[in-house]
Design a protein around this ligand. Structure first.
Ligand SMILES: [Fe+2]
Ligand SMILES: [Fe+2]
Length: 305
């Protein structure tokens, strides 16, 4: 609780910065309403697979992103429980929740109006996803701050690359807009964690190590997650290389993790473990990319033979 109180002025300052940087936007502006039509209950036609103009990979990615956004009530509970509802923390929790709420609204409206995916299947998946909820376990406040710093950036990368994969300029614009929000969220949490590293260097370093080593996406409990994440990795929407280069490494660099002085024995040990893990992640990323390149070259050769 002490840490939260000590961080409160940094929260207030970053909330102000966030509010002046965040531009207002509206989900309805990104939805091609003229392409919409009634479904059978209102006298129209129900969804058929040929209605969807999205390619299968983009479909998988959009559904994964949307179902992840849909679990917002659980995420709200997680951060409201860790950070509280009072003062600047409470204001942030409310504002963040409201911004995240927009993401699911916009994505669902887009997919429903364009008939991008089966709306019945999507609704059933949402019910299953939200009924299961999200539980981060016994993460500490520091662990939560470290986790969301990486998770918001991972979500940004995933939304942005999903947009590119859709082949629809409007979906790309929408997902880029959402990705901009996720980036601002990341900046907020990253700045808080920077302050925490000054206040409690050893504990913060241990939390960062734990969250990097144990990182998984918020949608990881989803029924189809393992298969979907392999599809996304193969398509370059979110793979180990991006995870290392665009998510983990830049945040660690911003915190000057490997240049910091003034750590105690626990902090030093945590940093060493973190360094070893990141080096291994980098090596695994290289292996994955090489394997993928070989597979792509093989598929190309087979197609032209
Ligand atoms: Fe979001
Ligand atoms: Fe976010």
């Amino acid at each position: 609780m002490n840490l939260l109180r000590e961080l409160e002025p940094v929260v207030a300052e970053n909330l102000d910065r966030h509010l002046s940087a965040a531009k207002e936007w509206h989900p309805h502006d990104y939805v091609p309403w003229s392409r919409g039509r009634d479904f059978a209950l209102l006298g129209g036609e129900d969804w058929r697979p040929e209605d969807s103009a999205l390619d299968p990979v983009a479909k998988t990615a959009m559904v994964l992103n949307l179902l992840t956004e849909d679990n917002l009530p659980s995420y709200h509970r997680e951060i409201a429980t860790r950070f509280g509802r009072d003062g600047a923390w409470g204001q942030w929790v409310g504002r963040w929740t409201a911004e995240e709420g927009r993401h699911g609204i916009a994505l669902r409206d887009y997919l429903t109006v364009t008939r991008g995916v089966d709306p019945v299947e999507l609704e059933r998946a949402r019910m299953a996803q939200m009924t299961g909820g999200y539980d981060s376990g016994d993460k500490t406040q520091l662990g939560t701050l470290a986790y969301v710093s990486f998770q918001e950036l991972a979500t940004r990368v995933s939304h942005r690359n999903t947009g590119k994969a859709t082949g629809c300029p409007l979906a790309e614009k929408l997902l880029a807009r959402i990705a901009t929000d996720e980036n601002l969220h990341m900046v907020f949490y990253r700045n808080l964690m920077s302050a925490a590293l000054e206040l409690a260097p050893d504990e913060a370093m241990e939390a960062i190590r734990d969250e990097v080593v144990g990182f998984s996406m918020p949608g990881a409990a989803m029924a189809d997650f393992a298969r979907a994440s392999i599809t996304l990795a193969k398509a370059g929407i979110y793979d180990l290389r991006q995870h290392h280069d665009e998510v983990i490494a830049p945040v660690l660099r911003h915190w000057r993790i490997f240049e910091r002085t003034g750590l105690g024995a626990r902090g030093e040990a945590a940093r060493e473990e973190l360094a070893a893990f990141v080096a291994d992640l980098d090596a695994r990323a290289t292996k994955f990319t090489e394997r993928r390149d070989r597979a792509r070259a093989g598929a190309l050769a087979a197609a032209s033979a």
